[in-house]
Design a protein around this ligand. Structure first.
Ligand SMILES: [Zn+2]
Length: 297
């Protein structure tokens, strides 16, 4: 069985990225797993603090472990956007493969100090666990927003990123490079796409040589994704697009079977809808033919 670090380093070498999808129930987990299996590519599933509270920390860990073990398949579990050491420790003890320790809302010096401490505590629990740190502002909430927040002043500076990675010893860095959590209504309708600051990604990668995650990937321009991955992004997070697909699939199932009460006859519509989105994104993130350059670490 591969370790997540090996999978990510291999992706980095190959100029591809590992897709990371948030799940909030068994429907979404089944869909993401099926999409990854169909394409035979590794995948990460993430659960935010809210999603973890709904599913249960040991329960989601057991589900992912069961899928990984039964099919001997590289599916990994990430504690997405964890805002306290207590919640991070809970996830590490439950056997999560990775933790996003997110104190990006704090002043940089406090973020550095507390993230460094978290890395030490979490590695003492599990030396193989990967810890991701965040700097910069990418907004909050994987939801449908009415207005675009102004995140231009929160973009990550390469020198700051280097200092952050060196001081904290995080395994993975999540920078702010034009990405944003959630989607605007115009993005859900497909009229507007998010654009990324590719030059900044290149500079941050060269400065840090760290594994890098792109958060808030929903609704991003496909060509920008390709360039961002070629420039050094190793993990891409998709959440809101999956949530939209989940709702549409569920509504479709309910509309097609207005008198049905058996969940297992209605929910497959939601599984299929979510699976299509996950499959399309995984295909894009794993298309190595578009690689421009691979940066050695
Ligand atoms: Zn995120």
């Amino acid at each position: 069985m591969h370790a997540l670090r090996d999978i990510l380093e291999q992706a980095q070498k190959n100029g591809v990225a590992v897709g990371h999808f948030n799940v909030a129930d068994l429907v979404m987990l089944k869909a993401v797993f099926a999409a990854a299996q169909e394409l035979s590519v590794p995948v990460m599933v993430g659960v935010s603090e809210g999603e973890r509270e709904f599913m249960g920390v040991p329960q989601i860990a057991a589900l992912v472990k069961s899928l990984r073990g039964e099919a001997d398949f590289p599916i990994f579990l990430n504690a997405d956007h964890t805002h306290s050491l207590e919640k991070a420790v809970e996830a590490a003890n439950a056997g999560f493969d990775a933790i996003v320790f997110d104190l990006s809302a704090l002043p940089l010096d406090q973020n550095v100090r507390q993230t460094k401490e978290a890395v030490e505590v979490l590695k003492a629990i599990n030396p193989n666990i990967l810890v991701e740190g965040e700097i910069g502002d990418i907004g909050t909430g994987s939801e449908i927003h009415d207005d675009a927040p102004d995140l231009s002043r929160g973009l990550t500076a390469p020198a700051e990123a280097k200092q952050f990675v060196q001081s904290t010893r995080v395994d993975i860095l999540a920078p702010a490079v034009g990405n944003m959590h959630g989607m605007l209504k115009s993005m859900v309708r497909g009229e507007v796409k998010k654009r990324l600051d590719i030059a900044r990604i290149t500079e941050i990668k060269q400065a840090t040589r760290a594994l890098m995650t792109l958060h808030g990937g929903s609704g991003t321009n496909d060509e920008d994704f390709r360039k961002a991955i070629a420039a050094g992004i190793d993990i891409v997070h998709i959440n809101t697009e999956l949530r939209v697909a989940w709702r549409r699939g569920l509504e479709d199932g309910l509309n097609k079977h207005p008198n049905e009460v058996a969940p297992y006859k209605i929910l497959p519509f939601a599984v299929e809808s979510v699976k299509q989105v996950a499959r399309s994104r995984l295909k894009l993130f794993n298309s190595a033919t578009t690689r421009v350059s691979a940066i050695p670490i």
